[in-house]
Design a protein around this ligand. Structure first.
Ligand code: ZN
Length: 410
C-alpha cells in the first residue's frame, strides 16, 4: 500500500488541519517530503471544506463566504526539485471516500460569486449527485446518468516571491479599473480567512495578508478546472521554489468543459494517488515552458454520439462583439439549455447537466471577423431518452415536479 501522506477528517474543520492551506505563498511550510519515483496518496477536503451539505436546501450555496476557498492539501517537498525544473507527476488514481459517496453542483447568487450565466440564473441553486462506483445520478436532475471523469480541479507548485508579487500587482491593477463591480473582477489577498498551514505568529500574519487567492488558474497551473487532467494523466509542472511544494485539492467527480456553473463541477472530497515520476532539470528553459503541459489519461468515459450546439460572438441581446470567444461559448450553452427545456427540464437542471456531465467545449473558429464560433458537445447517451430532433418534435419526458432547490436572495 502506498503511504497516505496527508489525511483529512471530514468531521474536523479544514482550518484545524495543518497539512491544508487556502492561499498561495512561497513561505507556507512543506508538510511532507517525497523523492522522484515515489508514489503516495493525498486526501483532500472538497473545495469549500465541507460547507455545502447533502440536503434539499440551497441556502448554504447562497450564504458561503467565498474567501475561505480553496482548501488544498500540501505543500509536498520533492527532493532535488529546484526553480526552473519541470516536475513530472502521474495521477495513478483518484476517488471519492467510500463513507462520503456524493458530490454537489450549484450556482452562486449573483450577489455572492455569480458565474458564467449569472444574468440568467441570479439566485443560488444546487443539485446533489450520488456517486455509484464510476457512475453518478442526481435526485434533483432526473433521467440522466454518466460515468465520472475524475480529476483535481486545482493542482500546482508554490510560487516564488517574485511570481507572487507579479500576480498580486497585475490582479490589483485589473480590480482598479472597476473596483465596485459585482461580482468583482478578481479577488485580492484577504488575511482574515487565510489558512497558511503550519505558519504561526507575525510571519503567518504577514504572509496571510499577501498570499494569493486560489481562484484563478495562473502560470503554475492552480485552479485550471481541466476535466481531461484526469486519473491516468501525466502532468509537467513548472517549479518555482526549492523543493517544488506541490499542493492539490478541489476534486471533481465529473465536469463539463468550462465548469460553467462555477459551484462548480460535481465537487467532492476524496483521495488522489500520485507518483512523482522524475524531475527534468532546467526543463522550463529547455522546453520554453511557462505553463504546465500534460498528457491525457488512457482511460476516459466512451461517449460516441453528441448533439453539438453552435454559438457566435453575438450576445443574447443581439449586440455584436469582436471575435469574443467567451460570448460565443455562452451562446452555445444558452442554445443547449433552451433545447433541453423542450424535454421538460428546467433551465437550472439543463445548466446543471452542462456543468457536470462530460460535455466538450471547442473553440471552432477565431478568424472570421467579427464572429468567433464556439461549440458545445452534449453527449446524447447520458440521457434516459432520445434527445435527437425528429419529425414529430420533442416529447416532454419530465413533468416539472422535480427541480433543483433554490434559495431566494435575502
Ligand atoms: Zn471545483
Amino acid at each position: 500500500m502506498p503511504e497516505t501522506l496527508i489525511k483529512v477528517d471530514l468531521g474536523q474543520s479544514a482550518y484545524e488541519n495543518d497539512k491544508v492551506h487556502n492561499r498561495w505563498h512561497p513561505d507556507i511550510p512543506m508538510v511532507a517530503t517525497v523523492k522522484p519515483g515515489d508514489d503516495f496518496i493525498v486526501e483532500c477536503y472538497d473545495w469549500t471544506g465541507g460547507f455545502i451539505k447533502n440536503n434539499d436546501d440551497a441556502s448554504d450555496v447562497r450564504d458561503i463566504d467565498l474567501s475561505i476557498v480553496h482548501f488544498l492539501s500540501g505543500p509536498i517537498r520533492v527532493a532535488g526539485a529546484s526553480p526552473g525544473d519541470l516536475l513530472v507527476v502521474d495521477f495513478l488514481d483518484i476517488g471519492a471516500f467510500s463513507h462520503n459517496s456524493w458530490g454537489f453542483n450549484g450556482f452562486f447568487s449573483k450577489k455572492n460569486g455569480g458565474g458564467f450565466l449569472t444574468e440568467h440564473f441570479p439566485q443560488a441553486q444546487k443539485s446533489i449527485w450520488d456517486i455509484n462506483g464510476m457512475f453518478t445520478r442526481s435526485r434533483h436532475v432526473p433521467c440522466v446518468e454518466f460515468a465520472g471523469l475524475i480529476h483535481p480541479g486545482l493542482i500546482g507548485c508554490l510560487p516564488s516571491k517574485p511570481l507572487l508579487e507579479t500576480w498580486n500587482t497585475r490582479e490589483r491593477g485589473l480590480i482598479a479599473t472597476n473596483p465596485d463591480r459585482v461580482p468583482g473582477l478578481a479577488n485580492p489577498p484577504f488575511g482574515p480567512t487565510a489558512h497558511m498551514g503550519r505558519m504561526s505568529g507575525e510571519a503567518r500574519d504577514a504572509a496571510a495578508a499577501e498570499g494569493a487567492r486560489t481562484v484563478p488558474p495562473r502560470e503554475h497551473g492552480g485552479n485550471c478546472d481541466i476535466k481531461d487532467l484526469s486519473r491516468g494523466a501525466r502532468v509537467y509542472f513548472p517549479v518555482y521554489v526549492e523543493g517544488a511544494g506541490l499542493s492539490v485539492g478541489d476534486l471533481h467527480f465529473s465536469q463539463g468543459d468550462g465548469e460553467i456553473t462555477f459551484c462548480g463541477a460535481i465537487e467532492m472530497p476524496g483521495w488522489i494517488h500520485m507518483r512523482v515520476d522524475s524531475v527534468i532539470k532546467d526543463g522550463m528553459a529547455k522546453y520554453g515552458i511557462r505553463n504546465p503541459i500534460f498528457k491525457p489519461s488512457k482511460v476516459t468515459p466512451r461517449y460516441q454520439d453528441y448533439l453539438i450546439f453552435e454559438g457566435i460572438s453575438v450576445d443574447e441581446h443581439g449586440a455584436q462583439h469582436y471575435l469574443d470567444v467567451n460570448v460565443a461559448y455562452r451562446q452555445a450553452c444558452l442554445n443547449a439549455i433552451a433545447y433541453l427545456k423542450n424535454f421538460g427540464y428546467s433551465g437550472a437542471q439543463a445548466l446543471s447537466i452542462l456543468g457536470t456531465a462530460p460535455v466538450q467545449g471547442h473553440i471552432s473558429g477565431v478568424v472570421d471577423v467579427p464572429n468567433s464560433c464556439a461549440t458545445l458537445w452534449l453527449p446524447t447517451e447520458i440521457f434516459d431518452f432520445d434527445i435527437s430532433p425528429g419529425a414529430n418534435g420533442p416529447t416532454r419526458f419530465l413533468d416539472g415536479s422535480i427541480d433543483m432547490p433554490l434559495a431566494p436572495d435575502l
